[in-house]
Design a protein around this ligand. Structure first.
Ligand code: PEP
Length: 254
């Protein structure tokens, strides 16, 4: 049995004060949620990490960064390093989000360096992969996902893979209101699991958590999460509101 994982990616939203306004009701709502069934995670912008971390003390919430540089320090204006995150007690990070890949032109090679660095620092990584609409329409979606996973994890040996979660996030579904059907998502998740069997082994393929992201809302979460190979969700827009994010978390339990 793989434990479910529901993560909220706030992207470039919420000041520290607004993060506090979210956290006060949210920690109350999730008190009764059984964490043996589901991991709940929040990925606020870096300036709000401290506030979210403080409100997470003692209630088992995972708090992570939306990105990081692969070097510990140096002349990299505007970047945040793993060492800086560690100093806040943060050891989770999202890497390879499609907004980083497409808007900020992060390559598979750069993402691979970041994954290696994150795991060297004993971080947990949510590695995002996903195809564009054009790639899907021209039937290249499987090849794109394979390439993103194989290059991203090229240096990662089997003994380190347990700290990785894969988020399948079709680019055309992110922030657009279009969601992959549960069947289409399940098909890709199965494919990813098969890839892990080839890249690592059957045991790892059975254990790796593969979550779905792309316009997950309270009304569609349950049908996605019921699928055998969908182990959770990475939620953007709907994680900004404590009630809607709670409803998505709760749909794992119902
Ligand atoms: C995301 O940011 O990872 C995401 C899936 O966003 P949204 O839920 O808004 O589509």
């Amino acid at each position: 049995m793989r434990k479910k994982f529901i993560g909220g990616n706030w992207k470039m939203n919420k000041t520290p004060e607004q993060a506090k306004e979210f956290m006060i009701p949210f920690v109350e709502k999730i008190k009764a949620i059984d964490r043996d069934i589901v991991d709940i995670a929040l990925f606020p912008p870096c300036l709000a990490l401290n506030v979210v971390k403080n409100y997470s003390e003692g209630n088992g919430l995972i708090v992570g960064s939306q990105n990081m540089h692969y070097k510990d320090n140096g002349a990299f204006t505007g970047e945040i390093s793993p060492v800086m995150l560690e100093s806040l007690g943060i050891d989770w990070v999202i890497l390879g989000h499609s907004e980083r890949r497409h808007i900020f032109k992060e390559s598979n090679e750069l993402i691979s360096l970041k994954i290696k660095s994150a795991l060297d620092h004993n971080f947990h990584v949510v590695l995002c992969v996903g195809e564009t609409e054009e790639q899907r329409l021209t039937s290249r979606h499987y090849d794109v996902i394979k390439e993103q996973l194989e290059s991203g994890l090229a240096d990662i040996t089997a003994d380190r893979i347990s700290n990785v979660i894969v988020a399948y996030e079709p680019v055309w579904a992110i922030g657009t209101g279009k969601t992959a059907t549960p069947e289409d998502a399940e098909e890709m998740h199965r494919y990813i699991r098969r890839l892990f069997k080839g890249m690592y082994n059957k045991d790892i393929a059975g254990r790796i958590r593969i979550i779905y992201g792309g316009s997950v809302k309270p009304k569609n979460a349950e049908s996605l999460l019921l699928k055998e190979d969908i182990d959770g969700a990475l939620v953007g827009g709907a994680s900004l509101n404590p009630q809607s994010f709670f409803e998505i978390v709760n749909s794992v339990i119902d």
